[in-house]
Design a protein around this ligand. Structure first.
Ligand code: AMP
Ligand code: MG
Length: 400
């Protein structure tokens, strides 16, 4: 059986980056830029006042200047400032011809309506003036391809004059639960039935991971129906099936996937919980490739496999690095006695001091422990016990 790291490498190797698409800039927040953004304008587009005050010529020797007009933001000042004149100017207004500095109101003595007195020794050329193109030149690259677009970057794209931007879209992921025993939300459970918890859980995990999820419901453990329902998901960037990948008589997913032309990359990983994980790829007839994950049916296994393997693939498809949950370190609060040789990711809570408490759980069907956890404690494979106090890696389970 391959290790978690080997399996991750195989997923990484098969994961591409989606082609960029043009989008209105406000819809592109959270996406990664698919091309360089070049500014269509100089920023600022004119020499701009940075202060409310008087626009003056800094080389004027006269300390008394006559006020020849007012310039507000949005005005085009027509006055020409000379050595002994000044224009009252507001922040954001273009600097009038002849002026090269702004003196703040606070630094000016108002003699009367028409005259001001300045301390000429403190006026420097360019003071409180933001020259044309000082922040960004027309034709300059404002943001490079690969930059994640947060609010500040959207602002810069807007300032560069663009209404649309080429960005890598959020990957689309289809989620399909399999199992005759499953019932959807809103339907009472009869004896022998199990609630489909994985559908909503995986859809939520996909949303938190930045993908667009489509919960395709429940497929029965019946070859033809399963085949038809899986086939209808293969146009998505990613498919997350759950259940039907173990060794049971009705675990039909791997053979149905083979029938549909999905090529297996690996099946089974030395991981607890999550050993039955299946992964393969589907080359779509028109173009593009679908990553297909057959997640184990037990909810904790399904969740762990999603966060370990599907999440980094979604990140890479979206133009980010192939990265899973954020990792931190903590110290085990109690001894860990492994129940086998597989590397484990177990529901745990970490406190402010970094003590990691493994939560009591009844195995991979126990969603209660997972729901109360805030980290997955990563415990090494190999079957060795780990004493309390040992430093271990923890994967933070994100809530948003
Ligand atoms: P399987 O992997 O199909 O053998 O399923 C393993 C266990 O997980 C069984 O007890 C299933 O009933 C349960 N299970 C499978 N799919 C789901 C699901 N979508 N939601 C909750 N439990 C599930
Ligand atoms: Mg099943």
């Amino acid at each position: 059986m391959i290790t978690v790291d080997e399996a991750l490498e195989l997923v990484r190797e098969q994961t591409h980056v989606l082609p960029a698409e043009r989008a209105p800039i406000v819809d592109a927040v959270g996406l990664v830029l698919g091309e360089d953004v070049t500014s269509q304008t100089n920023c600022p587009p004119f020499d701009k006042a940075q202060m409310d005050g008087y626009a003056v010529a800094s080389n004027g020797k006269e300390s008394v200047r006559s006020v020849i007009g007012t310039a507000a933001a949005g005005d085009v000042p027509r006055q020409v400032v000379t050595a002994d004149t000044a224009v009252r100017i507001m922040t954001g207004a273009p600097i009038p011809q002849g002026a090269d500095a702004v003196v703040a109101f606070e630094q000016v003595e108002q003699i009367d309506e028409q005259q001001i007195r300045l301390d000429t020794s403190v006026i420097c050329p360019g003071s409180h003036v933001l020259p044309l193109g000082a922040c960004l030149r027309k034709g300059q690259v404002a943001l490079s391809i690969g930059t994640p677009l947060g609010a500040a970057q959207i602002g810069l794209v807007a300032e560069s004059g663009h209404q649309h931007v080429a960005a890598i879209p959020r990957p689309g992921i289809a989620i399909l639960a399999t199992g005759n025993e499953l019932v959807p939300l809103g339907t009472p459970i009869e004896s022998s039935q199990i609630r489909n918890t994985n559908g909503p859980m995986l859809a939520a995990a996909a949303t938190v991971a930045g993908a667009v999820s489509d919960d395709r419901g429940i497929a029965p453990d019946q070859r033809d129906d399963l085949c038809e329902m899986i086939a209808s998901t293969l146009s998505y960037d990613v498919v997350a099936l759950c259940g039907g990948v173990s060794r049971g008589d009705f675990d039909l997913v791997p053979e149905v996937l083979a029938e549909l032309g999905v090529t297996q990359v690996f099946h089974r990983v030395a991981l607890r919980p999550g050993k039955p994980l299946w992964f393969g790829i589907y080359e779509r007839p028109a173009s593009g490739k679908t990553l297909v994950f057959g997640l184990p049916g037990n909810p904790v296994s399904s969740y762990v496999c999603f966060e370990l393997f599907v999440r980094p693939a979604l990140a890479q498809l979206a133009g980010r690095s192939f990265q899973g949950l954020p990792r931190g370190v903590g110290r085990l609060a109690t001894d860990y006695e492994p129940s086998g040789r597989r590397e484990a990711f177990l529901p745990a809570r970490i406190d402010r001091q970094g003590h990691v408490d493994l939560l009591p759980w009844r195995g991979s069907a126990d969603l209660t422990a997972l729901g109360q956890a805030d980290v997955l404690a990563n415990l090494p494979g190999g079957g060795r016990s780990v004493p309390a106090g040992t430093e271990i890696q923890c994967l933070r389970m994100p809530v948003a």
